[in-house]
Design a protein around this ligand. Structure first.
Ligand SMILES: *[C@@H]1O[C@H](CO)[C@@H](O)[C@H](O)[C@H]1NC(C)=O
Ligand SMILES: *[C@@H]1O[C@H](CO)[C@@H](O)[C@H](O)[C@H]1NC(C)=O
Length: 293
């Protein structure tokens, strides 16, 4: 039994690495986590491999599968963006042409010196999956990781208004100029609770702008009667950028429509622009002058 196992392991090793095989192996692929567009001067993506003298004909290639490229192959074929053969000058190609510091040295070793990508002023269109491929005459290894250059939202706004349907309120939320593609959900919780629950039934629209950024808006209709009877509620508009691991929630207290939410809200928005004293008298005015339903 034990002898059989030893034989099995030996066979497996033979398949993975036949006699005279190369030791070419990528240890770590270092790619920075999400980066805010315009926040850094340059980034380094390092493909840390080991090679021995037995490895002849080493070639290092970097490929990029761009997250957002209107001209990209819909099948998402990665593009060759960098190539280096030890002893020669490295080359940046395609979307990285003119964007890489070709003089950058990851190490002082002639066989690994230019293995890294030093991208200068990384911007959103360089977001995507980077794959490093190292090959020699008798071996190859490759590893990939995502790099995301993101743009946070310009403004995240949650509003409540009277829906055209009787006894209903409409929640609307929007954010402009986000990258990569965001998601929006409405959540709610009682004022004094920490537990928010997702509100089902929202209609979400995402606009893909010419500049590559996304606008997103969502709305949904909620039954007011249940809200008026229950505990005081807070609505949240939950904006997420999954690729960049970013989440932002805008909270608004529920405005009862048994008192014309639209009007009360209009005054509330004005109050942001006015001195507190004037704003409070203004909202008192809105409160007392609104029509009774
Ligand atoms: C990203 O940052 C660059 C500066 O590095 C700036 O020129 C560009 O307008 C920014 N793009 C967006 C969409 O914010
Ligand atoms: C809030 O969430 C926690 C953890 O999920 C749960 O144990 C608790 O019962 C919840 N409370 C309410 C009021 O729903």
């Amino acid at each position: 039994m034990a002898a059989l196992e030893v034989l099995a392991v030996a066979l497996m090793l033979a398949v993975v690495c036949p006699p005279g095989c190369s030791s070419l192996h990528i240890g770590q692929l270092q790619v920075p986590g999400p980066i805010r567009n315009g926040s850094v001067k340059d980034v380094v993506l390092d493909c840390d491999y080991e090679a021995t003298k037995a490895d002849v004909g080493i070639v290092i290639k970097w490929f990029l599968n761009q997250l957002a490229d209107p001209k990209a192959d819909p099948k998402g074929e990665p593009t060759l963006v960098y190539q280096w053969i030890p002893g020669r000058i490295p080359q940046a190609l395609g979307p990285l042409k003119g964007r890489v510091n070709l003089g950058y040295r990851a190490t002082d070793e002639p066989s690994t010196r230019h293995r890294a990508l030093n991208i200068v002023n990384p911007t959103i269109e360089l977001s995507g999956e980077y794959r490093c491929q190292v090959s020699s005459l008798d071996g190859e290894d490759s590893r990939a990781k995502k790099m995301i250059i993101y743009v946070p939202e310009d403004n995240l706004e949650l509003t409540q208004s009277k829906a055209s349907e009787e006894g209903q309120i409409r929640l609307s939320c929007e954010a402009d100029g986000v990258f990569p593609r965001p998601t929006l959900t409405f959540i709610q919780k009682p004022v004094d609770s920490l537990n928010a629950t997702v509100m089902e039934g929202a209609e979400v629209r995402v606009t893909d702008r010419l500049d590559g950024l996304f606008d997103i808006e969502a709305d949904m209709v909620v039954d007011a009667a249940a809200l008026d009877d229950g505990p005081e509620m807070v609505f949240g508009c939950d904006l997420e950028i999954p690729d960049a691991d970013i989440r932002l929630v805008k909270w608004e207290r529920y405005e009862s429509i048994s008192g014309a939410a639209g009007l009360a809200l209009a005054s509330k928005r004005l109050s942001l622009l006015l001195p507190a004293s004037l704003a409070s008298s203004l909202s008192v005015w809105a409160w007392s002058s609104r029509p009774r339903l």
